[in-house]
Ligand binder design. Sequence first.
Ligand code: GLA
Length: 397
Amino acid sequence: MSDQLFTKLIDETKALFHEKYGESPSVLVAAPGRVNLIGEHTDYNGGYVFPMAIERYTVIAAKPTSADVATIYSHNTGETAPFAISGEIKPADKVRWTSYVQGTIACALEKGAKVGGFNAVINSSVPLGGGLSSSASLEVAVATLMEALSGVKFGKTEKPLLCQKAEHVFAKMACGIMDQFISALGEKDRAMLLDCRSQEPKMIPLEDPEVSVLITNSNVKHQLTGSEYPERRASCEEAAHRLGVSLLRDVSFDTLMANRAKLLDDQHGDRLFKRARHAIGEDVRTLAMADALVKGEWRVVGEQMYASHDSLRDDYEVSCREIDILVEIARKIGFDGGVIGSRITGGGFGGCTVSLVRTDKVDEISERYIREYKAQTGIDATIFSTRAAQGARVLQE
Ligand code: GLA
């Protein structure tokens, strides 16, 4: 089923290229979106994340030209724009889709991936702004295109890091490393346990056919990139500083509790303490979930997912009513009804939940999520199940 969707996306992108430029593309690349199973808001604290790539992709079809710029059409926005491929490239004031593309081109050039002019079409099946890393998949697809066109092969961690830099500098979002790492390095039927301090990924099999990953889009998006994300980051940095370390990853739960008073003051109340409690507790939960997954201890897996959700809701305060409703529906169906666990996924304030469910119950559970969510919010949720997918690749060059 999902292979068919991928083939359809590629065929559509080739046809769009032909329509737009009157010839066939010579290069085709793809990079997936991601879902994070657990380990949220830990990457910028040097902690652990546990994402997998999903069967939703940003595909780019391209062909070199003799021009001295790149011309790129985005099927998702319906816009065509020119992009500089040499000289000093500066970020634009206003962040748009072009910022991600131009930023990645600039950072790839900086790393020596020299290219001539080219025409391209971008086409993505990753829901935009849904918390499934549509931006990272776009950056990683562009970086992969730059590799294919230049013949330069970036190092394993060099590629995601240059994409992260593009996001920081050109999209002005101070994200961690999770999204770009998993989009670049994901593997089929594997989730990635990533130590964000050492940047060492460990691939964990996720291939039991009796268990499915269900992604439910709440179809609501509250403000995230504005002030909330940097505010959370700054709180963690302040908490780490007061605890005498540079990353919260280096604080144990016991040390946190023993030093609680250092994080309390009139200005923040107990906010710094709660943010730190989430970040530190989430590392413990992430390792516990990965371990339980390897052992097939599904109840433990589920408990960690729900505990992660509760912590993100209460201590980190990045959930919202609609997402909480979806997770409560999952909890109500329960383990015996086929839901192993469920939680908010991604940056927060809307977007998606991720649930692990029994494969034979996927249809029944999806139908119930949609029905009960609509009854409580008036909003239509969208759902799909996915297997862990392969990361970025060149399909044709
Ligand atoms: C966004 C960021 C990631 C990560 C998550 C929260 O997706 O891009 O780096 O911080 O939020 O886990």
